[in-house]
Design a protein around this ligand. Structure first.
Ligand code: ATP
Ligand code: NI
Length: 317
């Protein structure tokens, strides 16, 4: 039997994803990471670097023209080998996903109670009445004082922040061990972001839910993540805990990403990420890197561990 740490929940090994169209574009070129029970791992990086593709690959939600290779194991069970029927049993129950834009993710024609009761009725075969009373309890736990009225609300009656919390309640009603949140704070105002943050912290503390958090909001990531994986052009370039990333980023890309934060003066990283269909040899970041050397153009750096941190850059021997 393979050695398998008891606390490892999800193990992603050498995940490669390509899309077949007129030409084949490789969007993930060998991503590896693991998430422990109740751990929050954040994926950060510029738009188009492949964060959502990672999330969708785990959930088997990629379109048919995609090709997925590697291993995605949940408690040692390989998810990539499962067929749609087997995966449907995992989705929602063991791994749940919340997408950005809650108003679109909720169905406008059904009441909140109906939508939240659905997973209980489908997965647990619960009767309507008992499912609805369980929904009311879940909403009460989420701090909705008028929880029994909320059951009869429709998404269009509610604010974006409220809908986001309904969506979290819907995703976690079956108590999944892993929640994937893709840009959950996008488009929410400050107050709603604070509420969302409190909600996610509560899930971790009270229900030991592990979280794969994808976000452009680095402040939000800093407050929630136990570990951060920085992605660039379809690969991971740095892994670290939030304090080391924010105090001493190692990879020049991570440094650039932090300098583009408002509090650091909005200094953008010059240039744009090369199209994934046209990656030059060498380090993928070299065309934009202020510390580029000859070897960065010639060879592709591997991920290396130094002082308990992991970075893909020739600056670190
Ligand atoms: N169905 C698809 N067919 C072809 N290419 C795709 C498809 N879905 C995604 N891609 C490509 O894969 C790459 C990664 O996309 P992805 O959505 O994962 O980026 P992201 O990091 O989540 O960006 P954002 O921060 O904007 O959400 C992009 O170049 C995108 O164009
Ligand atoms: Ni995305």
């Amino acid at each position: 039997m393979k050695s398998h740490s008891s606390s490892t929940l999800l193990e992603v090994r050498n995940l490669k994803v390509s899309f077949q169209g007129i030409e084949t574009v490789t969007v993930l070129s060998g991503i590896s990471f693991s998430i422990r029970e109740s751990e929050t791992l954040a994926l950060v990086g510029e738009t188009g670097c492949g964060k959502s593709v990672v999330a969708h690959a785990i959930m088997h939600l990629l379109p048919p023209e995609s090709k997925v290779k590697g291993d995605i194991e949940l408690r040692g069970k390989n998810l990539l080998g499962l067929n749609e029927k087997e995966m449907a049993k995992i989705r929602g129950k063991e791994i749940a996903i919340i997408f950005q834009n809650p108003s679109l993710a909720l169905n406008p024609v059904y009441s909140i109670g109906h939508q939240l009761a659905e997973p209980l009725r489908v997965h647990r075969k619960e009767k309507k009445k008992s499912a609805l009373s369980r929904v009311a309890i879940a909403l009460k736990h989420m701090g909705f004082e008028n929880f029994s009225e909320c059951i009869d609300y429709y998404p269009s009656w509610c604010s974006g922040g409220m809908n986001q919390r309904f969506l979290i309640a819907a995703s976690t009603i079956l108590d999944p061990s892993l929640l994937i949140a893709d840009e959950p704070s996008k488009g929410l105002d400050r107050k709603c972001v604070d509420e969302l943050e409190a909600e996610l912290k509560k899930l971790k503390l009270e229900r030991k839910t592990a979280l794969l958090l994808i976000s452009h909001d680095l402040g939000f990531v800093q407050r929630l993540a136990d570990r951060i994986a920085v992605m660039y052009a379809g690969e991971i370039v740095e892994f670290a805990n939030p304090s080391s990333v924010f105090e001493k980023p190692l990879h020049p890309y991570t440094r650039g990403l932090l300098n583009s934060l408002p509090e650091k003066g909005f200094i953008p990283i010059p240039g744009i990420s090369s199209p994934l269909s046209d990656l030059s040899s060498g380090c993928r970041f070299h065309p934009r890197c202020p510390l580029r050397e000859k070897r960065c153009i010639e060879a592709h750096p591997e991920l290396k561990e130094i002082d308990g941190r992991t970075v893909r850059c020739f600056l670190y021997p």
